[in-house]
Design a protein around this ligand. Structure first.
Ligand SMILES: [Zn+2]
Length: 447
């Protein structure tokens, strides 16, 4: 479920509020509901333009990418994948033989990226992950041989699901918790991928967070954010969970700093410094607004989509760390891998689930990419920070009648009749669809 888990937000996009002389941008939306709440850059030191919990970009890293990309390829990736909503010359200026990327607005310093003259003379792209075409040939029954895959079950499970608002319960039926469903799917998918030859790692192995921080560790930061956002005396605690003003409490803000920003940044450290995968699969279940979680609305709508990184908003590109991560991601050429991979996984998931493609209600934050019709570019924290190809899966609307019944049916062998149709368990259908897509892609892409 992504409707609110990124730094981008549909409703928020159209508004740029000004407050106390600061531009409050959509990049800082922690979560938006009926009441839109904005979070500031934590630029407590004046010259920093950084997003929440980000560290300063190390621009010198980009020196490794000099002359690794042509002007045309760079321009194509900027226009069609990463900056589909445009960006100003003051942030990134593309000349014939180089691009000037703003490092720091106050100091007016720029990074100069020199282009390769042509494809034939360009230098090799430095990277720690391996594209499919660089992997040695594999036996037909082991198409994923040697591939390092990290499974990232979205969110947290167990007692954390309520805090994350990834929880609903119909009557006395077992509660539906996205984080637990995602982990269950990952546990079924892992042995399948291992059988196909892959080395598989878990970014999250249990219901628990991997960050050692807890909401209380962020109370002071939450208070500062609220004060900067024009809440001079923030309340400590949420009194009524249905009151939209809960977003103005220290409790609510410190929880989101914990389970989203701290947790996802911690996962990125694990992925980037320990696991070094060739691919991360983010596993989620989608949902539509269910209203009161204790009396949720069940609907008929059901759909599927997948996300890759891209479609940065102009406001997001104002932040030094986001602009830097975008350029680094572009230069590492993850897109060459994650887009065809996402397309292959989309095709096989569509076949396995029979689901239609999700249509975002607005094109303001996402951009449809690739031929399948199921894949969008979107700038989420996880798809941005993991330094390797990332395919982010969003099948199934958990509060659709059909999916709810299948979740309640649990996991089982073979097929069962659910609402009049013979179906595999929802977890196996999901895992099989993903595994089949990877087989399809790597069989073709490996030499
Ligand atoms: Zn999710």
């Amino acid at each position: 479920m992504t409707k609110s888990e990124g730094m981008t937000n549909d409703e928020a996009r159209s508004l740029t509020l000004r407050h106390s002389g600061f531009v409050i941008s959509s990049a800082f939306v922690l979560r938006a509901s009926s009441f839109l709440f904005w979070i500031f850059p934590l630029a407590l030191y004046a010259a920093d333009h950084l997003t929440v919990l980000a560290s300063k970009p190390r621009w010198s890293v980009l020196e490794n990418y000099q002359e690794t990309i042509t002007h045309d390829e760079f321009t194509h990736l900027i226009r069609d994948i990463y900056c589909t909503h445009g960006l100003g010359d003051d942030l990134l200026k593309i000349d014939n033989d180089s691009a000037q990327i703003l490092k720091n607005r106050d100091a007016q310093t720029f990074f100069t990226l020199r282009f390769a003259n042509d494809e034939a003379s360009r230098r090799e792209v430095p990277r720690l992950w391996r594209p499919a075409e660089s992997l040695p040939p594999a036996r037909p029954e082991k198409p994923l041989a040697g591939l390092r895959i990290a499974l990232d079950p979205g969110h947290l499970g167990g007692r954390w699901a309520k805090m994350e608002e990834r929880w609903f319960q119909v009557g006395d039926a077992p509660a539906v918790q996205e984080g637990d469903l995602a982990l269950r799917t990952a546990r079924i998918l892992a042995p399948q991928l291992r059988k196909l030859g892959a080395k598989v790692f878990f970014v999250r192995k249990s219901a628990e967070p991997i960050t050692s921080k807890r909401p209380d560790d962020f109370r002071e930061l939450a208070r500062k954010i609220l004060i900067k956002n024009g809440v001079p005396q923030p309340r400590a605690d949420v009194l009524d969970p249905n009151d939209p003003a809960k977003e103005q409490t220290v409790r609510w803000q410190s929880e989101i700093l914990f389970y989203r920003y701290s947790e996802i940044r911690r996962r990125a450290v694990l992925v980037n410094t320990k696991l070094h995968p060739d691919l991360v699969l983010c596993l989620h279940f989608n949902a539509e607004d269910w209203g009161d979680p204790s009396n949720p609305t069940l609907i008929e709508t059901n759909h599927l989509h997948l996300l890759i990184n891209g479609s940065y908003l102009k406001d997001e590109l104002e932040f030094d760390d986001e602009r830097f991560e975008m350029v680094r991601r572009l230069l590492s050429r993850v897109c060459d891998e994650e887009l065809p991979l996402a397309d292959a996984a989309a095709a096989s998931l569509a076949k396995a689930t029979g689901l239609p493609p999700y249509q975002y209600p607005t094109t303001l934050t996402t951009t449809k990419v690739g031929p399948s019709g199921y894949v969008y570019a979107r700038n989420l924290l996880a798809t941005r920070l993991y330094r390797c190809p990332v395919v982010y899966c969003e099948p199934y609307v958990m509060n659709s009648r059909d999916v709810f019944a299948r979740i309640q049916a649990g996991d089982y062998d073979g097929t069962r009749n659910v609402n009049g149709t013979e179906r595999k368990s929802i977890f196996r259908e999901y895992a099989d669809g993903v595994a089949e897509g990877l087989v399809e892609y790597y069989r073709k892409a490996r030499k």
